[in-house]
Design a protein around this ligand. Sequence first.
Ligand code: ADP
Ligand code: MG
Length: 692
Amino acid sequence: MNVTEIFGTNVFNDEVMKNSLPKEVYRSLRRTIDAGEPLDSGIASAVANAMKDWAISKGATHYTHWFQPLTNLTAEKHDSFIEPSGDRVIMQLTGKSLIVGEPDASSFPSGGSRATSNARGYTAWDPTSPAFVKEGTLYIPTVFVSYTGETLDKKAPLLKSMTALDTQAKRLLKLFGIECKKVSTTVGPEQEYFLIDEDVYLKRKDLILTGRTLFGAPPSRGQELEDHYFGVLKTRISEFMCDLDETLWRMGIFAKTKHNEVAPAQHELAPVFTTTNVAVDHNQLTMELMKKVAQKHHLVCLLHEKPFEGVNGSGKHNNWSLSTDDGLNLLDPGENPEKNPRFMLILACVIAAVDRYQGIFRASVASAGNDHRLGANEAPPAIISIYLGDQLGALVDSIVLGREYVPKKAIPGSIGVPESPIFPIDTTDRNRTSPFAFTGNKFEFRMLGSQASVADPNIVLNTIVAELFAEAVDTLSKAKDFDAACAQLTEKLLKDHYRIIFNFNGYGPDWEPEAERRGLINNKTTADAALEYFKQDAIDVFVRQGVYTQKEVIARANIQLENYNKTINIEALTMIEMAKQDIYPAVNRYITKLCNAVTAKRAVSETIACEADVKLLEQLSGMNDAMMAAVSKLEKDLVEMPEGEAAAAGKMAHVIVPDMEAVRSIADGMEKICAAEDWPYPTYSEILYSVK
Ligand code: ADP
Ligand code: MG
């Protein structure tokens, strides 16, 4: 495989545009993509035509407006290029069909922002993310809005949040004498996933219906040997990864790093970062293609945050930074951050934004699946905090506490092997326990769940940082002595928001009480976290930055709660079905076998004790009864749901989830003592070690 030759061959990228568009059209389109100028609708026909010809040369017969409704998935409806012409057809894509589409919006979530009868929705071309060909169809990335202009997707608010940040960052940079065309946020999302054998998967109703196991006793061999992380790739896995890399490269996705993760059967893929909008689209495509490529290898890719209890879950790390079109990374501290007031102010703004809006920042990654991770031992806790590392930590401490700052230089390191080279050691070490860690010239947000769209946290992050930039501009543009005012504002922001900085172990037992003393928010479930969106200051920041209207914020929070409620409802119903239809009868069958064994043994001799049989059948019989009682409680609680998404979510989190845990713990106990041949599902060991 010649990577440089295949890379991006399925993408209508800059090179293709340059070669296929008239010069003026190309220039105009670039101005829209690079500097955010409004699209000149006059060029649409020319672009559409070039796109169509290129797509046909790649084997496409159809085109689709590809969008991201509020489901975490993408949506597409395919139309062929054909236009009747006498007895024959011609292939056509008009400028209008490129720019707008009109899918029926009534079946997509709108959170009550639109009546079902009012079904009209429009998709509008997003020229900032390149079109591509996949499986015989030209995919045109689009935003999705209702007839009345409300956004119905994740891309429109993401683009608005990027514009807000661009606008405010440019105003701020201007005060420092820096003029640029555009400030973009960049994102590199690292994606974790599990791969299991398809045959095993098909025997687990829970995996098929909910994406995670609802039952399953811990395997005798878990991840304690720590031998899977970065371990040698099994042949089948490595073949899958090669196939996936090739598929992604053809789609112009910068797949870079791949390795085994901590848990057995768990893996990770990281791309090279790119502009946020494209990174989000690429991540959606990556998730979709991971599943499809896995199928080709008779594997199943599990993207759920917690497919297996007691085994590490999967997340995403959202590496985030800001840079100008001239390539200046605004989060690069340089050699001497203490002498870089621009960097220090920007850093202070990010810290202040994350502290002030920690509630919605946390809520942006809340979901039923992610609730199993945040706060458990493998992922950062549900509390937002910031890790700055030694160098910046000491610098911020010195400003806040009035201490002297002794600059820590990147020292040349050596690994102690004479032949090995000397290399500079980073000034920030790793802190894998921090939810929001500064890592050299970017922040890494580690709370994201593996299956969610990365759009949500970036919408919030861009919006809140834009807000702080806007406030800084207001303060500084009035100042007589700019340098003094800048230093003063930086100091004030750092002092006011110092509580959010935590440079120690976020997994340790001391952090939760300490965070509470500091007044930090600790919303452990989606039911609690999503309520933060309804607070007025949260709504206001979105409205002020032009990202959402009040109605849209509320609609989205309701959809988040509705998704949560539906997910748990499906899980509960699946659990009830599995317990009643499979587990209860299976255990009874084994009990009957034990009874038969006792009868058979006693027929040989009345004096055979049958102690183990009797003990086991009594134990299993009691547990099976107890499980059915727990199932009845779950069923009863499930039918008595309060009105309203928020109230229902509260009951889901605080009643239904514990009910489900009760059913599960009894069933898992039975699994451990039931005969293997009678247990109705593959065990954790069989699933986790299913790929040979
Ligand atoms: P580290 O080893 O410190 O985690 P890497 O360079 O391996 O850093 O990057 C990890 C992820 O962060 C990759 O996906 C990478 O593309 C991304 N990344 C690096 N620089 C930036 C940046 N300026 N903005 C956004 N993401 C970035
Ligand atoms: Mg990382």
